[in-house]
Design a protein around this ligand. Structure first.
Ligand SMILES: C[S@@+](CC[C@H](N)C(=O)[O-])C[C@H]1O[C@@H](n2cnc3c(N)ncnc32)[C@H](O)[C@@H]1O
Length: 430
């Protein structure tokens, strides 16, 4: 070639345009990768994974990924039953098959649409294998069980902590969509019709989108699982100064404000604090929001009541956030338990003699609940448990040993509730 020959323009191998309907499936694949490989929370991965998608497609991507996570062990058993060689856990072909199968077997997508929108995800790869396995399974009448299998590691841990009945109840709980619970600012507040577990509580099944429900615009209620409403109920009613130490998105801050406390709400994350501000603005509940790390910050004087709804593994909210089933491994639980112990000890000094401290986590791990309480009581002899009084809790809850432990199976006939550990402590008067 002569030196005067023009250089060839670079060749760009562009991916052919996706057929309609593929973009949300591609986003679902990114979501699964974020949760299963990178250990990210599904909600946190959503903005990046669904960038460029319109609202309904974003909702579809989220629904496919969440349902895949609810059904993962059963989907994988089906896939393994139809492949000669076991596909690696993180193989794209496995994830593509999970997404195609969950749509057809759980979400009602016709098989031809499910596979046509998923095959482009494995372009340049094992399309034939994915097509073949999907076809063999759907033609062979594959089904998913009514009660999903739990991931083996979680089942083993909860079996050791709580026994087989709780494991079985947890599996039943992920099979059905949880109800929508609302906490009312006052018992007579404008709110949708529904079941009621307390005067200021409504439970809705098959609810319309939240923003369309009566009272949303007026801000007379907020979404809050009934178990999540218990910690602030144990703080009781004001007046007085209350500190909500880990506050966003603010369900408990709003309860405390509605109960007439002068509330300071502390939150480390600016983006979560922004949601707290939005929620307070919508419900017109007053609170002073401080963005700070509770490990650096301190109140100017001790408070009458302190709520520590501590950061945790969040395994108690697996019904709404099935990604926790895959992210909450022993290392995370140990890290969270260490942070909880530090926050709990620090908070102990900020309650006036005779004041109340409520400690709570939405965790099903004893390390984040019962063990924290035991350690705290041994280290702080000036604190004692104050058990709930009769009538203080909504219908169906009871406190053995003075504290509350809600588990899969609690309130099951009424639609269940999140898993929580909650204890109210009183500091001895000086
Ligand atoms: C379980 S959530 C709180 C839920 C909230 N109480 C509610 O009812 O809506 C825990 C919160 O604590 C915040 N957090 C974690 N570590 C913190 C710290 N060191 N200081 C202050 N807030 C913290 C997290 O960002 C998270 O928003």
């Amino acid at each position: 070639m002569s030196s005067s020959a023009k250089p060839r323009p670079p060749v760009h191998h562009r991916r052919p345009a996706d057929p309609p309907g593929t973009a949300p499936r591609r986003a679902a694949l990114r979501l699964l990768d974020a949760v299963l490989r990178r250990g990210e929370p599904l909600e946190a991965a959503l903005p990046q994974a669904t960038r460029g998608l319109e609202g309904p497609d974003r909702g579809l991507a989220h629904a496919i990924a969440a349902e895949t996570l609810r059904r993962l062990p059963d989907l994988d058993s089906l896939i393994d039953s139809a492949t000669r060689q076991v596909l690696p856990e993180d193989a794209k072909a496995r994830s593509a098959l999970r997404i195609a199968l969950v749509q057809t077997l759980a979400l009602g997508t016709p098989p031809h649409a499910a596979i046509a929108t998923v095959l482009p995800l494995v372009d340049g790869g094992p399309r034939k294998l994915v097509h073949g396995v999907f076809g063999a399974l759907t033609r062979g009448g594959a089904t998913l069980p009514d009660v999903p299998a739990l991931p083996p590691a979680i089942a083993a841990r909860w079996r050791a902590s709580w026994g087989e009945d709780v494991v079985a109840a947890a599996a039943r709980a992920i099979a059905v969509p949880p109800p929508l619970d609302l906490t009312l600012a006052a018992p007579d507040a404008l709110a949708p019709e529904g079941d009621s577990l307390a005067a200021d509580q409504r439970r809705l099944r098959d609810a319309a989108p939240v923003a369309q429900l009566p009272g949303f615009t007026e801000g007379t209620w907020w979404v809050q699982d009934v178990a999540a409403s218990l910690p602030a109920r144990l703080i009781g009613r004001g007046p007085g100064r209350a500190l909500d130490l880990c506050a966003a998105p603010g369900g408990k801050t709003m309860q405390l404000a509605a109960a007439r406390w002068d509330v300071t709400a502390l939150e480390i994350s600016p983006s979560r604090a922004a949601r707290l501000h939005e929620n307070l603005a919508r419900t017109k509940q007053p609170a002073t929001v401080v963005i700070a790390d509770a490990m650096d910050w301190a109140p100017s004087e001790p408070v009458d009541a302190l709520l520590l709804d501590a950061p945790c593994s969040a395994t108690g909210i697996f019904r709404r956030h099935p990604d926790v089933l895959y992210r909450a491994h022993a290392g995370i639980i140990a890290d969270m338990a260490a942070l909880q112990a530090q926050l709990f000890d620090r908070a102990a000094a900020w309650v006036r003699p005779g004041g109340r401290l409520v400690y709570a986590t939405c965790s099903l791990e004893p390390e984040e609940g019962e063990a924290q309480l035991e350690r705290f009581l041994a280290a702080h002899p000036d604190y004692a448990i104050e058990p709930p009084r009769p009538g203080e809790l909504p219908h169906g809850f009871s406190a053995q040993s003075g504290y509350l432990r809600t588990l899969p199976g609690t309130l099951e006939d009424a639609g269940g509730c999140d898993g929580f550990f909650i204890v109210r402590l009183v500091r001895a008067s000086a």
